[in-house]
Ligand binder design. Sequence first.
Ligand code: ADP
Length: 396
Amino acid sequence: MKILVINAGSSSLKYQLIDMETEEVIAKGLCERIGIDGSNLVHKAHGGETKFEAAMPDHKVAMKMVLDALTDEKVGVLKSMSEIGAIGHRVVGSGEYFTKSTVVTPEVLETLEKTYEFAPIHNPANVMGIKACLEAVPGTPNVVVFDTAFHSTMPDEAKLYAIDYQDYLDYKVRRYGAHGTSHKYVSHEAIAYCGAQGKDFKLVTCHLGGGSSISAVKNGVCVDTSMGFTPLAGVPMGTRSGDIDPSAVKFLADKKGFTFEQAINYLNKKCGVNGVSGISSDFRDLQAAVEAGNYRAKLAVEMFAYNVRKYIGAYAAAMNGLDCIVFTAGVGENSAFTRGYICRGLDYLGVEFDEEENKVRVPGIHEISKPGSKVKLLVIPTNEELMIARETLALV
Ligand code: ADP
């Protein structure tokens, strides 16, 4: 079966068509600047790349262009849309309305609209994409795969904030986490790699990219995660502050004349390693600046690594032990420099970090702890699209 995976952002839409017999990507692409002047679609198939430029006022039009590209006479990969067996959609926020991947029905669509307040930028775009698919490919099942679903197993003491319990009940304000599909994918890969299926296995997964989150995974099930009600919580990120005392936010907003909205925007877009370094949110730029002796770049990387280490320690405590730490996503997979900062200083846990192995680049799963290390360190490339496709296949 061929499965189309759709990942809609606020102004973008990524897609992959995957052959589930081989799990190979047949075609993929990206629509950019949806709702903005200059929108375009870059479609990759048959080893080549084609750019389609056309106005995309909304995600419905973008979705239509994707389906046209997939069936295009020259660069398409399908004779007809009926070859698509199912469509899997990534959805960011679920509130407590959904705890697992679900086949789209009219009732599910109605409930999805209630989730808008939990992800006001992303979820309306997702629903528009789903509706466009239902219209263009009638009869083909659509499945929604939630970023929050993997974290739905967190116990109450981990997921709840210490606010008035009635307010939690009334407004569902709690930790939901994010990057769940990635944490789930790398957890499964790590468990299989370590031959730990069905065994007592304690894992910390570090998804370190533009946004970063850390999860505690016990026997394949998420028991805690660092992001919160929104992705603003946890470790410092590219431009997000991560954890901060709310009273400091009020103090800063008063000083800078920010409204509440502006303060949240500042914490999301102007902080993190970008704000601390004053240089960049990109860890490649930070590494170059550290190597050139820049103090603030070094401080930014050290703060990032320190906080990741703190979460690893906290989660080892939460699970009463640790067997494996996984690094994934842009920084986790590629920045040996940043992994080095994180992994030095974990020896108390039984981690034997291999400095030389860390510098080597290999495709697939890469072990960067020494043989015999009590806690294994693994670099695992994430594959959220494949995970979405697998979940979709399982449901249809
Ligand atoms: P997101 O999807 O959250 O934007 P990614 O997982 O793609 O993020 O990660 C993007 C980040 O990965 C970039 O900001 C950059 O800092 C980092 N990155 C990518 N490649 C490298 C590399 N070779 N070395 C260091 N950092 C890298």
